[in-house]
Design a protein around this ligand. Structure first.
Ligand code: SIN
Ligand code: CO
Length: 392
């Protein structure tokens, strides 16, 4: 059977989005038949020692305090001192370090790419868990190795329901409403805020495909920050047209209007400006820094040589990409928090670039046959967004 038929347990993406997405949990047995972890427990431990890999070690019982969290990079000695059971190693954003892991996102291409957060991989020995908790985000939990006993609850959780004084947000009491034993290839979809508790049954590796959804605080914080960066000549309130006031305590309509204008000019709340900022915002790296530009930049003919030397080319996973059409129908292309100016003739290629992670020699040679798409490819390469296998 094709993965499209199994992934959502026979549901079409339309039916899944309509009936489950952001609404209710769904267990899918053998969503990815034959699925195996790309990493062994030892390899995951090895990855967590690396300085650019974000990790957490959660020790339920034998740590300095209950539910102790040790943030990475982890130390080799820490692993030597761990008990046999009741701990979990969580590696965040493994997709940014491994294109095969990032390719799992392609299974969920029916969800807009800007909604993706990261792929977290956890390893736990027997009884390891991160405690009963809720997350703010949608997640697909794919069982990759061994078994995990998942329980969910229909409790509504607030801050008072959490265990006080620990490093994590764990529920004091968990009233299970449903439970399943997940085996490799099984997948559990959870919408935001559904209490869940997954306990390893023997050695266990779980992949979490996580999604992002900014809240009002984040949007406002980020937007204001970006507007502050744009203020070059810090305009000050001025009232050269002031006339004598009858009552000095009044905040006059004229003053209010001028102050409002000064504030609104700063905020720049036009649809066009907001749309442009949104595209910058959703393509900014969620974790870590974006890719480095190529130094020295290559010419178009040098790029054609690079294409000829490489079977495969990868899109950088350090950056995010998106595009949209403005009201005039023009395509605006964004990568890594910035707009990229592209020609009309290269639009189709950018659309493809924003959809696809891996490119083969033949398709790149075809693209390089047209001046406009070659210019775009060269631009993308020099910005650090394309990596040839010959360079790895
Ligand atoms: C885990 O993989 O142990 C935890 C995943 C989750 O509950 O979000
Ligand atoms: Co969770």
């Amino acid at each position: 059977m094709q993965i499209e038929e199994t992934l959502l347990g026979g549901l079409s993406p339309e039916a899944f989005l309509r009936d489950y997405w952001q609404k209710k949990p769904l267990l899918i047995r053998q969503a990815i038949p034959g699925f195996e972890s790309h990493y062994s427990p030892e390899e995951l431990a090895g990855l967590s020692l690396e300085p650019d890999v974000e990790s957490r070690l959660v020790i339920e019982k034998a740590g300095e305090r209950p539910w102790q969290v040790i943030h990475g990079p982890q130390q080799e000695d820490t692993f030597l001192g761990l008990p046999d059971t009741h701990w979990t190693l969580l590696l965040q954003a493994v997709n940014q370090h491994d294109v095969d892991i990032a390719s799992l996102f392609d299974l969920f291409a029916f969800i807009p790419a800007w909604r993706l957060d990261d792929i977290m991989i956890s390893y736990a020995p027997d009884q390891g868990s991160v405690g009963p908790h809720t997350d703010n985000y949608d997640v697909f939990l794919i069982q990759a190795h061994g078994k995990r006993h998942w329980q969910i609850s229909n409790q509504t959780v607030s801050d008072e329901d959490l265990i006080p004084g620990i490093d994590m947000r764990i529920m004091q009491q968990f009233d299970m409403s449903k439970e399943w034993m997940l085996e490799p290839g099984d997948m559990l979809y959870l919408p935001p805020n559904v209490p869940h508790h997954g306990i390893a049954q023997g050695d266990c590796i779980t992949y979490s495909i996580g999604f992002r959804a900014p809240d009002q605080n984040e949007l406002l914080d980020e937007y204001i920050l970006s507007r502050l960066k744009h203020i070059e000549n810090n305009r000050r309130y001025s009232d050269a047209d002031l006339i004598p006031s009858a009552n000095s305590g009044e905040l006059s309509s004229n003053s209010r209007q001028q102050l409002r204008k000064l504030l609104l000019d700063t905020l720049l709340l036009t649809d066009d400006a907001l749309d442009q900022w949104l595209a910058e915002f959703v393509t900014e790296p969620v974790r870590g820094a974006g890719p480095e530009p190529v130094e020295p930049a290559v010419s178009e003919s040098e790029l054609v040589e690079l294409i000829k030397q490489s079977e495969t080319c990868y899109r950088s996973e350090q950056a995010r990409y998106c595009w949209y059409r403005d009201q005039a129908g023009q395509l605006l292309a964004y990568a890594d928090g910035e707009r990229i100016t592209i020609s009309k003739e290269a639009e189709e290629w950018f659309i493809r670039f924003a959809d696809q992670r891996v490119f083969f020699q033949q398709e790149l040679l075809e693209a390089a046959g047209s001046k406009h798409s070659l210019t775009l490819l060269c631009q993308l390469y020099n910005l650090g967004f394309l990596i040839f296998d010959s360079e790895l």
